[in-house]
Design a protein around this ligand. Sequence first.
Ligand code: DVN
Length: 265
Amino acid sequence: MARSLDRKRCIIVTVVTVVLLIIVLGLVLGLTLRRDPEQFETTFIDRCETFEGYDCKKLWTTFEQAYVGRDPCKVTPEDYDPFIAAASFKPACDRMMFWSKTKDVVHAFTEKNPCFVTLEDTVLGGVVDGLTWCGKEGSSETFTIGCPGWTDCENNTVRSFWNRASVAFADAACGDVTAMLNGALDTPFSSASIFGSIELPRFTSPKVKRLHILLVSQTNSGANCTNASLQEIQKTLSAGITYSCKDMTEAQLQQCSHKPCGNCW
Ligand code: DVN
């Protein structure tokens, strides 16, 4: 008799423990997911406020209207048009820097050499650089997990944003434009990249006077400016825009970091 009572008591304790565990897990997950949407907005607004002259709350509202409540694979670049208009910026003529397969190197450079400006150094790209976000039909939330990946679908929330922002940045290009490419690759330039397919074709003369390619490698053994893929750039480049190229090592680039604009390559 006593033994069966003990067994019943043991079963009850186990069931209660499991139920309590499930409740705690649900609460933690709920809080984490709940915090994410607010955290994303907070990050967006905090980053926006590092740029002068923008109504960051309004910018956030314009931004989220592009994707909230929608299938995250049916957000087109044009859906971000209102945000692009609200995040207009003064183009840094002669100081705009494009890049491809050199994200870490180029941003380490522009961080030390504020003379040059990448898309991610403007409010347009800076507010969401390195972030993932999407919406969902029937929800007013911004999700940062469970979103489609870059190659999962053509019109996905993040990829459409970068395609549209890159159009705006390239359309603003003026004067001498620089592009940092990766000399460690057999083909430093790809016409399929955002730089190759979206930005380069948008450089127009006489607004853009020169395109200077910076081919950066870790050592001198990388690709140089005679690389065949770079010839494609010259073929694509609009008539009237002068092309130049310089291969340099990351160490040489490092020495440029503290020099004023333009007298480094
Ligand atoms: O000129 C720059 C800049 O202005 C930007 O707007 O576009 C140009 C860089 O794009 P790109 O020429 O396509 O160069 P990448 O290095 O191939 O890709 C740039 C970024 O797009 C990558 O760093 C990825 O961003 P992430 O994840 O590092 O924050 C993203 N990307 C491109 N292809 C991807 C991808 N992410 C995941 N999967 C892929 N296949």
